[in-house]
Design a protein around this ligand. Structure first.
Ligand SMILES: C[S@@+](CC[C@H](N)C(=O)[O-])C[C@H]1O[C@@H](n2cnc3c(N)ncnc32)[C@H](O)[C@@H]1O
Length: 276
């Protein structure tokens, strides 16, 4: 007698976390839109109230995740609550769509956790990429990350941990306006905290090196905001939570002569083998 397969949750609730992109009206992919339209309930983790209103025109049951943020409350607790809110509906058998600004998997804790939790409980879960602040900055600042390489860090990681910076490539620092917030509960830190970031960066860069403070447009009527300051002045430059800091390469690439010699030897061997 065949043993019946154990029941799974595959046919019941499901979760899709999709990206809204950065700019209202132009970045939403057809696939992300279809996840939104076909969901039973939509949760919105968006940074702009106007974008949220636009989302509400696509679906009758859009629930904002923004009210769960509070000054002094740990963001980690807020993000855990977001996971639980989405999972409660998935467990209730609903098709749930979490909509997050930018890309839902870039510097975003809850979508990854919710997808892992849903899959662990046997539900179908999927992440649909979106255009992130990273994509916009490559376009607006004319950066090709393949040219010299590009490192991305959450700015606080440079203060909390010993990290190696390669100043021959681009450096992108996220959440610089919050740098050094150990409580995870502040909405911004300030110049004294950013000064510690500058102190860390001048270990690898000249103080006069350029730092770019970048904001991608979130509304189609806006233009990218690009401010260039000397690294030593970065602490005093006003900065909002919606800005990302970029440091262009400071030093030329150093040739790896030993590896180039080994490559030349290998080329010769391969050429000799082809001739023989
Ligand atoms: C929690 S992360 C979210 C990133 C988002 N998931 C994405 O794909 O771009 C927040 C950080 O993204 C960056 N960011 C958010 N909005 C931005 C904007 N309009 N322009 C540039 N960077 C932005 C800032 O570094 C900010 O501190």
């Amino acid at each position: 007698m065949n043993t019946p397969a154990p029941p799974t949750n595959e046919t019941r609730g499901s979760l899709a976390c999709v990206g809204m992109g950065m700019t209202l009206g132009s970045h939403l992919t057809p696939l992300a839109r279809s996840h939104i339209e076909q969901a039973d309930v939509v949760f919105a983790g968006l940074s702009d109230g106007i974008v949220e209103l636009w989302l509400q025109r696509m679906h009758p049951d859009v629930r904002s995740l923004q009210p769960y943020y509070r000054e002094g409350k740990s963001r980690l607790q807020t993000y855990r609550e977001w996971v639980e809110l989405m999972m409660a509906e998935v467990r209730a058998g609903k098709r749930v769509c979490g909509v997050f600004y930018g890309h839902p998997g870039i510097f975003a804790w809850s979508p990854h956790k919710a997808i892992a939790a849903a899959r662990a409980e046997g539900f179908h879960a999927h992440m649909e990429p979106g255009i992130s602040a990273e994509d916009c900055l490559y376009a607006d600042l004319g950066i090709d990350p393949g040219r010299f390489g590009c490192q991305h860090f959450e700015a606080s990681q440079l203060l909390f941990y010993e990290r190696r910076i390669d100043a021959s490539g681009y450096l992108v620092l996220w959440q610089a306006a919050l740098v050094g917030d150990r409580s995870l509960g502040r909405l911004a830190t300030g110049p004294a905290y950013r000064q510690l970031l500058v102190d860390r960066l001048v270990r690898d860069y000249p103080p006069q090196h350029e730092a770019i403070i970048y904001r991608a447009p979130t509304l189609p009527i806006e233009k990218p905001r690009i401010r260039r300051v000397a690294l030593r002045d970065l602490a005093r430059a006003p900065m909002s939570a919606e800005e990302t800091v970029v440091l262009p390469p400071a030093f030329p690439l150093r040739p790896n002569l030993a590896m180039q010699a080994r490559l030349a030897e290998l080329d010769e061997l391969e050429q000799a083998a082809t001739v023989a």
